[in-house]
Every structure is written in structure tokens, then in C-alpha cells.
Write a protein that binds this ligand. Structure first.
Ligand code: C2E
Ligand code: MG
Ligand code: MG
Ligand code: MG
Length: 289
């Protein structure tokens, strides 16, 4: 009797598993088609110097222009890609498309470094550096100095030494490296010590609550201090209010990215935005609501 029940339960579970595998398979197929049909696009989010108002760069953020559902943010499809055979071709498309953005902006007089998000699995792919450099060779109008790789420390890097060697090879050619979502992983300090890099990105979760949560403020101050000690640049992400921007400036972090400055936007809009962007009057203009 018990055995019988157990088997039925097992069969039921099996069926659910089989269905979810089928659904996953369909979703992967759909994402593969989207890649082939050119349904992905990169939006650009500006990064500015809050002291001078200068636009110092932008981050490339992928969007899926879904024919039925409209523009989808990465949270809606990246998790499904993770760990599949599509993850690397997708990452390669992102990188090549980012180089095309760099070249297009440069032709319009905007020689700006673009931040390109690299998945941990892509980064650890054998021959990653060689592939990146080969890609740069075939896009001579996108110079290495305008390529900034954004890597996260939250995804476990199983071979930090290998990744460090690959990054060193890329930096020797003028590519820069930013550590994204800094402070949210397990081994921030280890990575800081062992990975060659140029910039720390303060995670938006700390910026969001820094004015109300002393713990988050302490982390923001800590990251700014670490950047200084290690001779690295630092940029805050997720700046949503003038007050956050002012506080960051006081703490010694003038570079920022966030909705208060601009949301991610298509490349054509970005060009227009740069031409019209002005530093908010004194950056102090906003009155508390
Ligand atoms: P991320 O690299 O940390 O990117 C910053 C995210 O914060 C973006 O979300 C951006 O739209 C959002 N953001 C910027 N300013 C603000 C703000 O003021 N407030 C709030 N609440 N959010 C803000 P998005 O575009 O949805 O991307 C989410 C994540 O998806 C990225 O986090 C990155 O890890 C990943 N991702 C995006 N594009 C790519 C890509 O092309 N390749 C890979 N591998 N990952 C990507
Ligand atoms: Mg990023
Ligand atoms: Mg980030
Ligand atoms: Mg993030």
C-alpha cells in the first residue's frame, strides 16, 4: 500500500518535472529565435559627473523587443538563459552589439566608454580574452579604451586565478573593468585583492536606503574608502533623488548613474539626451516632497 502510494506520488512528480522541462525547452527555443530575428536591443543609461555635469559614459542594458509583449527588461528572460547553451552566443551578441554602439556614437562625436555586462559563465569560457580581442580586431572603429567590462562578484567564480589572467590580458590592451553590484557578494574583498580592475560600482541597494539606513550609509562610505585605498574609480548606481546625489558628492563619489539622471534608453534617444542634458541647478534644486 505504502509502496503503491509512493510510486503514484513519484509518477505525479515525474509528470510535473517533465512538463516544466518541456516548458523550459520551449522558452529556450523562443529565446534562440529572438536572437536570430534580432529582437534584442541594447539600451544606454548615462553615467555622469555630478560636480561638472560631464557625461562620462553609459551602461549597455539589454532589452527584448517582444512582438506581443512589448519591451521586456532582462529580469524577464535572463534567468531562463542562465546555464543553457544559449548563454554564450547571447553574451557574444551583446558584446558585438555594444561595439557597434561604441562605433556609432563615435561617428556622432561621442567617444564615450560603454559598460558591457558580462555573465560569469561567459567570463570563464576558455579563450574569453582571445575572443574579445578578436572581436575588437574586426571592429576597428571601436577602440579598446572605450570598452568597459562589468563583471559581478555575486556569481561564483570557480577559478579566480584564471579570470584574473584573462582580465590582465584585456587590460593590457586598454580595456577597463568594473566590479558591478559591489558589496552584495560573499567575497568582495577577496575579488578586490585578486582581480585586476579599474572601477567599483556601488550597488543600488545600498544607495537606495543610504539616507535612512545608517548601515547602508556605512557600506557606501566603506566602498568609497576602499576604492580610494586601492586606487580605483567609483560610481554609484541607482541614484533616484537629488538628495542621494548630494550626499554621494559629499562622501567623495561624484560619478553616478540612476533614474534621477536618466532611465536606460535607445541609442538614438541617448544621442539626443546628451545634447540636451544639463546638470540640475546646483544639483540641489529638488525640494523635499
Ligand atoms: P546591473 O548591471 O546592476 O544594471 C543596473 C540595473 O539597475 C538596470 O536594470 C537599470 O535599469 C537599473 N537601474 C538604473 N538606475 C536605477 C535607479 O535609479 N533605480 C532603480 N530601481 N533601478 C535602476 P536592468 O536593465 O533591468 O538590468 C538588470 C540586470 O540585468 C543588470 O544589473 C545586469 O546584471 C543584467 N543585464 C542587463 N543587461 C545585460 C546584458 O546585456 N548581459 C548580461 N549578461 N547581463 C545583463
Ligand atoms: Mg551592470
Ligand atoms: Mg549593478
Ligand atoms: Mg544590480
Amino acid at each position: 500500500q505504502a509502496k503503491q502510494n509512493g510510486r503514484n506520488r513519484f509518477h505525479g512528480f515525474d509528470a510535473i518535472l517533465a512538463r516544466s522541462q518541456r516548458e523550459q525547452h520551449i522558452q529556450i527555443q523562443r529565446l534562440g529565435q529572438a536572437l536570430e530575428h534580432g529582437e534584442f536591443t541594447l539600451y544606454l543609461q548615462p553615467q555622469v559627473d555630478m560636480d561638472s555635469g560631464a557625461v562620462v559614459g553609459a551602461e549597455c542594458l539589454v532589452r527584448w523587443r517582444h512582438p506581443q509583449e512589448g519591451v521586456l527588461a532582462p529580469g524577464a528572460f535572463l534567468p531562463a538563459l542562465e546555464g543553457t547553451e544559449l548563454e554564450i552566443p547571447f553574451g557574444e551578441w551583446v558584446f558585438a552589439e555594444a561595439l557597434r554602439c561604441i562605433a556609432t556614437l563615435r561617428r556622432q562625436g561621442l567617444a564615450l566608454p560603454l559598460g558591457i555586462n558580462i555573465a560569469a559563465r561567459h567570463l570563464q569560457q576558455p579563450g574569453f580574452a582571445r575572443w574579445i580581442l578578436g572581436c575588437l580586431d574586426s571592429h576597428p572603429d571601436a577602440p579598446a579604451a572605450l570598452v568597459k567590462l562589468e563583471i559581478t562578484e555575486s556569481a561564483a567564480l570557480y577559478d579566480v586565478e584564471h579570470v584574473a589572467a584573462e582580465l590582465a590580458q584585456l587590460r593590457a590592451q586598454g580595456i577597463t573593468v568594473a566590479l558591478d553590484d559591489f558589496g552584495t557578494g560573499y567575497s568582495s574583498l577577496t575579488y578586490l585583492r585578486r582581480l585586476p580592475m579599474d572601477t567599483l560600482k556601488i550597488d543600488q541597494s545600498f544607495v537606495r536606503d543610504m539616507l535612512v539606513d545608517p548601515g547602508d550609509l556605512a557600506i557606501v562610505q566603506g566602498v568609497i574608502g576602499l576604492a580610494r585605498s586601492f586606487g580605483l574609480g567609483v560610481i554609484a548606481e541607482g541614484v533616484e533623488t537629488a538628495q542621494q546625489g548630494q550626499r554621494l558628492q559629499q562622501l567623495g563619489c561624484p560619478l553616478a548613474q540612476g533614474y534621477y539622471i536618466a532611465r536606460p534608453m535607445p541609442l538614438e534617444d541617448f544621442v539626443h539626451w546628451v545634447a540636451h542634458w544639463k546638470l540640475p541647478a546646483g544639483w540641489q534644486a529638488e525640494t523635499p516632497t
